[in-house]
Design a protein around this ligand. Structure first.
Ligand code: FRU
Length: 321
């Protein structure tokens, strides 16, 4: 069989903040451990679209065979993604969208479905009656737009439920605290916070604690990663938003190897609450153990290679004399 090709994959990541972004990278590394010849170069745009556009150019200039992008905001990042696509290299969008169709494939969760599921779950928690505070991600992220739209659509089915306030959390766990506090004080009727991700939900829990509202106001998060908080009852639930790192690499390699692939890969959500959180924790544990095993085996292999290389040097040395 032909030797696998040493592809170079560039990854423009909008942020590396938070457990979800770490999970994306971990998943990619797990999948790449089966393809040690493939190189991954990631640049972190730190939640800044201009920086991200610049970094996409930098990745292209450095030479890559495929670009994976998780765009911070669709508008300002789109031209750079289009320019990359127009050079002829495949472009895979991960998790967030751009405003154009100039990409090869999309892999990620379904944010509208996440919002709709959150609305349904909120309704069942509050017996279809009550007020919710929505704590959103950055205004212009496609994930925020989808989650917000899905939540609004879902709430329509429950005439006695309302969004009392919308707080722009910007995916930022520090700056959300003051406006969230203000919203909670202005809306004492609020019984639930729908946080667009687990990190902001964790921060919201601290605010509730400070205000003495932990028993009165529940929290639903998104990402399905703050399992400890669901387990402790700090969150009523977290909705899985698959980090899709493995899927992204698998699709990328199919594209590079000219194998058939799907252009749209939307992974569906699932509610994680007290009924299934223990099972999810066990599964996560299993994956982490496997990851450690793989890393250990890599270490062993590298050790063997080093021994082989040094023995060969010794041997050549002997032959030369
Ligand atoms: C991190 C993050 C995740 C979220 C995803 C959506 O920037 O906010 O927590 O689920 O982005 O794109």
């Amino acid at each position: 069989p032909a030797r696998p090709r040493a592809y170079r994959i560039g990854f423009s990541q909008c942020s590396t903040q938070g457990i979800w972004r770490q999970a994306v990278l971990d998943g990619m590394k797990r999948e790449l451990s089966f393809h040690p010849e493939v190189q991954l170069r990631m640049l972190d745009a730190k939640d800044n679209s201009q920086r991200q556009a610049q970094q996409i150019k930098e990745l292209l200039a450095g030479g890559i065979d495929l670009l994976i992008v998780s765009p911070y905001e669709p508008g300002p990042v789109t031209p750079a993604v289009e320019a990359a696509y127009e050079t002829g290299i495949p472009v895979l969008l991960l998790d967030r969208r751009i405003t154009s169709q100039e990409f090869t494939a999309y892999v990620g969760g379904d944010n509208v479905e996440v919002g709709q599921t959150a609305a349904r779950y909120a309704a069942s928690l509050l017996h279809e009656h009550g007020s919710v505070i929505e704590l959103t991600g950055a205004r212009k992220s496609s994930a925020t737009a989808g989650r917000h739209q899905g939540f609004a659509q879902g709430m329509v089915a429950y005439p006695n439920m309302h969004v009392a306030a919308e707080v722009t959390g910007n995916w930022n766990i520090t700056t959300l605290k003051a406006p969230l506090k203000a919203a909670l004080l202005a809306h004492p009727e609020a019984a639930l916070i729908f946080a667009h991700n687990d990190n902001m939900g964790r921060s919201a829990a601290e605010v509730l604690q400070q205000l003495g509202l932990s028993q009165k106001v529940g929290i639903i998060g998104v990402d399905g990663l703050a399992l400890d908080l669901v387990d402790k009852g700090v969150f009523k639930a977290s909705l899985l938003y698959s980090p899709a790192g493995e899927d992204a690499i698998r699709t990328a390699l199919r594209i590079l190897n000219h194998q058939p692939f799907k252009r749209e890969n939307q992974l569906s959500t699932v509610v994680i609450d007290s009924t299934n959180v223990r099972m999810m924790m066990q599964q996560r544990e299993k994956i982490l153990t496997q990851q450690k095993d793989i890393e250990q085996q890599h270490g062993l292999l590298q050790g063997l290679r080093a021994t082989y290389a040094s023995q060969r040097t010794v041997l050549y040395g002997l032959l030369a004399t």
